[in-house]
Design a protein around this ligand. Structure first.
Ligand SMILES: NC(=O)c1ccc[n+]([C@@H]2O[C@H](COP(=O)([O-])OP(=O)(O)OC[C@H]3O[C@@H](n4cnc5c(N)ncnc54)[C@H](O)[C@@H]3O)[C@@H](O)[C@H]2O)c1
Length: 447
């Protein structure tokens, strides 16, 4: 990479010597770990968030994400990390990385309001030569069509986005986040970082910045290719999970164990990657991101049929689980109505403290609507209140008297659960995660 003649070479050098100041907007599941990673690599980091409780927690050395220890926040603090809600501090940053939510609205369409509000708030403070990176997952075109105009209109100095190597201005990049919460097998810095800038200087700058913390940076031709890369990755997961969810239902009818089949298929050393069936999709990514592309595709008079079909199959999975609970109870000559049912796990996946879009919430609500007396247990959630799509107001039930429940439904297979003890004590176990693999009991219904 030839950088000596470029006007960004000064900032590239600051990235390499760790003198660059990094601002990260959105101190959530993505932004906070990223801030800590930059801090560990000796960068001066400022975390921006609109939630005063998060800012206060971080500035007093506390963490609000289970897998991030308070000591990690304290170490970052000792190295200069600070949190703030004051956007005027953006002016002091050399690079600003945006990690705010990108949910769907009630019509299942992209809700970019967090992104647009953030960009409107930071634009007045943007200065010449700064690097602005969007990491939030979104549809191809967002950076060019939404971010760039807001930045150019909103900044106080009439700055434009730099399109060529020697043009002065703001450097704008899209670089998707590839965080996999709960995955301890791949170190964060070993996950290659994709970057696509609005111009070559922007791509160079972002590569220098991320190259300081990630082992490999993958440059693509521009922001749209980077935005689409992230969606391809998540759609690939969504479609493959739908495939095994559908095949699981067929296998159950045919008396075949889908997990045995997947385990056998994955011994093939090429052309196959294992995905596992479950009670439905959860989290902020897989159930949501594909619909960002479906929405955008309509502008091009194009239907994304794989996404729609996968969405249909995956969103039906909680209904399938409900059906299985009814079948299991029926075997014990009990109706759903009036039965006492315990749902194990409300987090959307194993060993994490995130319940966004969790299928457990839907399953709990459906069971309650059918007249069951519902309870839940989750070591990560002592209580579950109200969210955008649920209203539960429940408290986690201790696991000391499992015999009292007519059915125990394993929805999230947290590793802290003793599945053998659960099967021994429970009257009926509905296992949606193959968590009871190897345990032999007539009281288990695997689905
Ligand atoms: N969580 C994941 O595993 C994951 C993985 C890959 C990509 N992503 C993507 O990363 C993005 C962020 O996800 P997340 O899980 O970190 O969300 P999150 O809800 O955990 O965190 C977002 C943070 O942004 C803050 N925020 C909202 N508006 C703001 C504003 N105007 N100014 C400052 N702060 C603001 C919120 O208070 C919150 O703390 C999303 O686009 C998501 O799709 C998430």
């Amino acid at each position: 990479m030839t950088t000596t003649a470029s006007p960004v070479s000064g900032l590239i050098q600051k990235m390499e010597t760790r003198e660059a100041r990094i601002g990260i907007i959105g101190m959530g599941y993505v932004g906070l770990p990223l801030a800590l990673l930059f801090s560990q690599e000796r960068f001066q980091v400022t975390g921006f968030d609109i939630e005063p409780e998060k800012v206060a927690a971080l500035n007093s050395g506390r963490s609000y994400i289970v897998r991030i220890l308070p000591e990690e926040v304290q170490q970052a603090q000792a190295a200069g990390f600070r949190a703030t809600s004051d956007y005027s501090q953006i002016a002091q940053m050399d690079a600003v990385i945006i990690c705010v939510p990108t949910p769907l609205n009630e019509y299942h369409e992209p809700d970019l309001s967090y992104v647009t509000e953030t960009v409107k708030a930071l634009a007045p403070w943007v200065r010449e030569g700064q690097l602005i990176v969007l990491e939030s997952t979104t549809y191809p075109g967002t950076t060019e069509e939404v971010i760039v105009p807001l930045l150019e209109r909103g900044n106080a100095h009439g700055l434009k986005v730099a399109r060529t190597l020697h043009q002065p201005g703001i450097h704008v990049v899209f670089s998707p986040e590839r965080e996999d919460p709960g995955n301890d097998t791949v170190a964060r810095h070993d996950i290659p970082k994709v970057v696509g800038g609005c111009g070559p200087a922007a791509t160079q700058l972002a590569s220098a910045m991320y190259g300081a913390i990630f082992r490999r940076v993958v440059q693509v031709s521009g922001p749209s290719a980077a935005e689409m890369t992230k969606l391809l990755e998540n759609i690939y997961r969504c479609v493959n999970i739908a495939l095994v969810n559908e095949l699981k239902q067929l296998c159950m009818r045919m008396g075949i164990d889908i997990h045995e089949v997947i385990d056998a298929a994955k011994t093939k050393p090429f052309g196959f990657q294992a995905f596992y069936p479950g009670p439905g999709l959860g989290g902020h990514c897989i159930p949501i991101d594909p619909f960002y592309l479906s929405w955008k595709a309509k502008q091009f008079d194009f239907r994304t049929r794989f996404i729609e079909l996968a969405g249909e199959i995956n969103t039906a999975m909680p209904h399938f689980v409900l059906e299985q609970v009814a079948i299991g109870l029926n075997e014990h000559s009990k109706p759903v109505k009036g039965s006492k049912v315990l749902v194990l796990g409300v987090a959307y996946k194993r060993d994490i403290d995130d319940l966004r879009e969790s299928p457990s919430l839907t399953i709990l609500e459906m069971l309650r609507d059918k007249g069951a007396e519902v309870h839940y247990n989750d070591p990560y959630f002592p209580t579950v209140g109200r969210g955008r799509h649920y209203d539960l107001n429940m408290t986690s039930t201790p696991l000391d008297n499992l015999g009292q429940f007519d059915a125990v439904v394993i929805v999230t297979d947290h590793s802290s659960y003793d599945y053998r003890a659960i099967v021994e004590q429970a009257q009926l176990v509905i296992d949606t995660r193959n968590a009871t693999k190897g345990i032999d009991s007539p009281n288990i219904l695997r689905c």
